[in-house]
Design a binder for this molecule. Structure first.
Ligand SMILES: Cc1cc2nc3c(=O)[nH]c(=O)nc-3n(C[C@H](O)[C@H](O)[C@H](O)COP(=O)(O)OP(=O)(O)OC[C@H]3O[C@@H](n4cnc5c(N)ncnc54)[C@H](O)[C@@H]3O)c2cc1C
Length: 461
């Protein structure tokens, strides 16, 4: 009898783990079965806003591999519409509910990967279950939103929550000709940025015609004939023909926790560097798993596809008998809203303070191309830098182009614990169409280093 690997969750982390394992162990040695409760496997949730906004025309292009392809190409049995409802570690069995036939059965495993992703936060507001109110987490929700926009032709949308999913959905709806209002209880959009940088994003979103209602709490959703008709906040009532929830997510650890698998301080499943959980033969990867932050040295829950794919690969290599480790994250993320690119890496001010660093911050304004070059655009860079050592702790960039890719230079520097003094002479590329002679990255590093030097003179402790 071959050994049996069961995967719970058929997207980025789960199916990366399955595919990597299969590369190392063939079907005569290891049977691989994946259970996915939704209708798709290996899809790009990241592409949902672009599918809704019609930048991506065909749904099929967001699906990397279907269950049929997994069966034919990888000898992996990927069963959609199958939800795992419980894990029994002693009996080495999972309980699986077939959502089409509404029947339940037990399935045995020798090894198990929990790749259940994240659960969107859904408050208990009156009216939240009305037609026309959508979450955005899995592909079927993206499909439902696009269908609603195509068929119902909403004139007004309210997006609740302004994390990167909220702002990307605001852009998508705007691109479809819908008037968009965005409600956020924090004083700024994108709370992964410092407040001053968030304020810049707010200003630019307003200039693009997106209405922003900050520091307002939603209290309910009004409906008419079962359909959402308005979002009510503690300040006003906003008419809405479609409501999109982007309030955030938490690691989906329910079945793991119930089975007694250890949960980390961030709320994600605790894993070691090989992606093993506290239970023998049970692995975890992706949004449901805790990550190690290389700058704060803390466990964090950062739900990003880039991590899910890498962690799934690492788990799969190890299950397959190889050896690989996941070295952690530095908190790099990027997004765009209309013409504005927003990117961050490392720690923002409050995070650096919480992690116990003493630091300085500096914000510099520059341009994306040589000043004389046509279409040069402003770009703003903020750095958080440790006192004395000058070690880079975090960076945030807002610009009309080049922010997303420039953040990768800072991410690489952070990864290698570089100081801004080491960064300021980095051999970065220069030609007038791509950068000023002093790239914004180098200007930011140079200015921050001067500040660190000044702090040293004042307080040479
Ligand atoms: C709109 C949007 C935009 C995004 N943009 C970006 C981006 O630009 N860059 C980036 O890095 N990341 C982005 N992400 C995040 C990225 O999509 C996720 O981090 C990634 O999909 C996580 O992969 P995962 O496999 O861990 O979880 P998921 O993709 O959530 O997959 C988990 C799967 O498990 C299934 N499942 C859960 N519980 C069970 C169960 N009990 N039984 C069976 N199946 C179960 C779910 O149906 C789901 O399909 C975006 C996400 C969204 C929603």
């Amino acid at each position: 009898m071959p050994e049996r690997l069961v995967i719970v969750g058929g997207d980025a982390a789960g199916m990366s783990a399955a595919a990597q394992t299969r590369r190392r162990r063939d079907a005569s040695e290891l049977e691989i079965v994946a259970f996915e409760r939704g209708p798709y496997t290996s899809y790009s949730a990241c592409g949902i806003p672009y599918y809704v906004g019609d930048t991506v025309k065909e749904l099929e292009t967001l699906i990397v591999r279907s269950p049929d392809e997994f069966r034919k190409r990888n000898d992996i049995d990927a069963l959609i519409h199958h939800e795992v409802t419980a894990i029994d570690l002693d009996a080495r069995k999972v309980t699986v509910r077939d959502l089409e036939s509404s029947t339940e059965r037990a399935e045995g495993f020798d090894q198990l990967v929990v790749a259940t992703g994240a659960t969107p936060i859904k408050p208990n507001w009156p009216g939240i279950d009305s037609a026309g109110v959508f979450g955005v987490q899995v592909l079927e929700e993206g499909v439902a939103i696009r269908r609603w926009v195509d068929d119902e032709k909403p004139a007004r949308a309210v997006v609740i929550g302004s994390g990167y999913i909220g702002i990307e959905m605001a852009e998508a709806l705007k691109m479809r000709g819908v008037d968009v209002a965005l409600v956020e209880r924090a004083p700024q959009p994108l709370t992964t940025l410092d407040e001053d940088m968030g304020a810049v994003v707010a200003e630019q979103m307003r200039a693009m015609g997106i209405e922003l209602f900050l520091e307002e709490k939603v209290t309910g959703i009004e409906q008419s004939n079962g359909r959402a008709s308005a979002v009510v906040t503690d300040e006003r009532t906003l008419p809405a023909d479609i409501v999109v929830l982007g309030i955030g997510v938490r690691p989906n650890t329910e079945i793991a926790e119930a089975a007694g698998i250890e949960i980390g301080t961030s709320g994600g499943i605790k894993v070691d560097r090989q992606m093993r959980t506290s239970a023998d033969g049970v692995w975890s990867a992706g949004d449901c798993a805790e990550k190690f932050h290389r700058v704060s040295r803390k466990g964090v829950a950062i739900p990003l596809g880039t991590h899910a794919n890498k962690e799934g690969r690492v788990a799969g290599i190890n299950i397959g008998g190889g050896y690989e480790t996941f070295p952690g994250v530095v908190g790099t993320a990027t997004s765009k809203v209309c013409d504005i690119e927003v990117a961050r890496t490392g720690l923002k001010v409050t995070e650096a303070a919480e992690a116990g660093f003493r630091f300085v911050t500096d914000t510099s304004d520059s341009t994306t191309r040589a000043g004389y070059f046509p279409d040069t655009r402003p770009i703003k860079t903020k750095l958080v830098v440790e006192c004395q050592s000058g070690r880079l702790l975090g960076a945030q960039i807002i610009g009309e182009e080049g922010a997303a890719k420039r953040i990768d230079v800072f991410a690489t520097a952070l990864w290698n614990q570089m100081s801004v003094a080491e960064m300021l002479n980095l051999d970065l590329s220069y030609a007038p169409p791509f950068a000023p002679v002093w790239d914004p990255v180098l200007i930011a590093a140079r200015k921050a280093w001067h500040l660190v030097e000044e702090t040293m003179l004042v307080d040479p402790e």
